[in-house]
Design a protein around this ligand. Structure first.
Ligand SMILES: Nc1ncnc2c1ncn2[C@@H]1O[C@H](COP(=O)(O)OP(=O)(O)OP(=O)(O)O)[C@@H](O)[C@H]1O
Ligand SMILES: [Mg+2]
Length: 356
C-alpha cells in the first residue's frame, strides 16, 4: 500500500502530445479512476505507471520512491487488462503462481499465496482448470488473482470489465470494489464508462485530449463540474446558452431562468447553463409564482421506470426531461403546453467557452 504521485507527466509521439503535463496525487489505499473519451490518453498514463511506456517528461513516484526509469518487474505494480491475457497452456494455479515464482517464491509458501489469492476472488477449487474451461467472468477473476497474488503496492486496471456482458459486469464491479476495500491497495482504474467510474471510485480524474479536466469526488464531478467538457461528458445534460441579466439567465424569447450561480456574474456575461434531465419538474399548469418556463411537448417516450419528454422552449431550445413513470407528470401527451420548473441550485452555470 503506497501513495502514487504523477508529476508533470507527458508523452509525445513525434510532435504529437498525447499526454500533456498531467499531475496527480493518489492517496494510500485510494481508488482513483481515469475517465474520458477514446484516445484521451488513459491507457498511455496507465502504461507509463506500469513501466511499459517511457514518459517523454515528468516523474512517477510510488510510496515516495521515484520509479520513472525502473523496468516493469521492479515496480511492484499489478496489472489487469481488458483482455484477460491468461496463459492458455497453464492451469489457473500456474497462472496465479506466475508472478510469485518470478519473485522467487516456491513450495508451501507459494501454494498458500495462490490459495489465498484464489479465495479472494472466490475461485477456491479452480486451481487445476485451464482458462478455456472457465467463463469470461471467471477468467477475469483469475487475472485479478494473478495481479494481487504478489501483493503489489499499486493495482492498475485497464477497462477490465468491458468485455463482460452487462449483468456480469455489474456483479464484477461489486466484487472488484469489495476486493479493493479488503486489500486496501492503492488502485488506478481506467474506464470510459462514467457510471462505472462514479460508482467504484473515491475520486475520478476526468480527462480530455491528454489533459486533466477535473479531479474530484464522484459527487463533485456530477454536481459541480468544473468545465463544460465535464458537464456534458457526465450524464446527458441539457445545455442552454444565454446571457446573465439581473442575477438570472436570459435565454431569449422572453424566457428567464433562475440560476444560483448567476448572481456572482456581471450582466451581459455569455453563459452555458447545464440542466440534468432528472432535475426538471413538469406540470400542466403554472406554479403560481410565475417561475415555470412555458414549453410544448414534442415527443414522449416510455422506457419502463422512466418517461422521457422532449420539450420545446421558445424558438431555440429543445430540452429532454426525464420523470419517474410512477410519478406526477408521467402521463402528459404530445402537443400539450407544459411548465418546466428547475430549482436554481440544480442548474450548472459556466461562462461560455470554459474548457469546452
Ligand atoms: N505508439 C503510438 N504512436 C503514436 N500514437 C499513439 C501510440 N499509442 C497511442 N497513440 C495515440 O495516443 C492517444 C492516446 O491513446 P490511449 O491508448 O492512451 O487512449 P485511451 O484514452 O486509452 O483510449 P481508449 O478509451 O480508446 O482505450 C491516441 O490518440 C492514440 O492514437
Ligand atoms: Mg485505452
Amino acid at each position: 500500500m503506497s501513495n502514487v504521485s504523477l508529476r508533470h507527466l507527458a508523452k509525445r509521439y513525434g510532435k504529437v502530445a498525447v499526454v500533456k503535463d498531467v499531475s496527480l496525487e493518489i492517496a494510500e489505499g485510494e481508488f482513483v479512476s481515469l475517465l474520458g473519451p477514446s484516445g484521451c490518453g488513459k491507457t498511455t498514463i496507465l502504461r507509463m505507471v506500469a513501466g511499459l511506456i517511457e514518459p517523454s517528461d515528468g516523474a512517477i513516484t510510488v510510496g515516495g520512491r521515484d520509479i520513472t526509469r525502473l523496468p516493469p518487474n521492479k515496480r511492484n505494480v499489478g496489472l489487469v487488462f481488458q483482455s484477460y491475457a491468461l496463459f492458455p497452456h497453464m492451469t489457473v494455479f500456474e497462472n496465479v503462481a506466475f508472478g510469485l515464482r518470478r519473485k522467487g517464491e516456491s513450495g508451501a509458501a507459494l501454494d498458500e499465496r495462490v490459495r489465498e489469492a484464489l479465495a479472494l476472488v472466490r475461485l477456491e477449487g479452480y486451481g487445476d482448470r485451464y482458462p478455456r474451461q472457465l467463463s469470461g467472468g471467471q477468467q477475469q477473476r483469475v487475472a485479478m488473482a494473478r495481479a494481487i497474488a504478489p501483493r503489489p503496492s499499486v493495482l492498475l486496471f485497464d477497462e477490465p470489465l468491458s468485455n463482460l456482458d452487462a449483468k456480469l459486469r455489474d456483479e464484477m464491479q461489486i466484487e472488484l470494489k469489495r476486493l479493493q476495500r479488503d486489500l486496501n491497495i492503492t488502485t488506478l482504474f481506467v474506464t470510459h464508462d462514467q457510471a462505472e467510474a462514479l460508482s467504484l471510485s473515491d475520486r475520478v480524474c476526468v480527462m480530455n485530449d491528454g489533459v486533466i479536466q477535473q479531479f474530484d469526488t464522484p459527487e463533485e464531478i456530477y454536481h459541480r463540474p468544473a468545465t463544460a467538457f465535464v458537464a456534458s461528458f457526465i450524464g446527458k445534460p441539457n445545455r442552454l446558452a444565454g446571457t446573465v441579466k439581473d442575477g438570472a439567465v436570459d435565454l431569449g424569447d422572453g424566457l428567464v431562468l433562475q440560476s444560483s450561480g448567476a448572481a456572482s456574474l456581471d450582466d451581459g456575461t455569455p453563459v452555458d447553463v447545464f440542466i440534468r434531465q432528472e432535475a426538471v419538474t413538469l406540470s400542466a399548469s403554472p406554479d403560481g409564482k410565475g417561475t415555470g418556463l412555458p414549453g410544448t411537448i414534442v415527443l414522449r417516450s416510455f422506457s419502463g421506470a422512466q418517461v422521457q419528454y422532449v420539450v420545446r422552449l421558445g424558438n431555440r431550445f429543445e430540452v429532454v426531461v426525464e420523470v419517474a413513470s410512477s410519478g406526477e407528470g408521467a402521463n402528459l401527451e404530445q402537443g400539450r403546453e407544459v411548465f418546466l420548473t428547475i430549482r436554481p441550485q440544480d442548474t450548472i452555470i459556466l461562462r461560455s467557452g470554459t474548457g469546452a
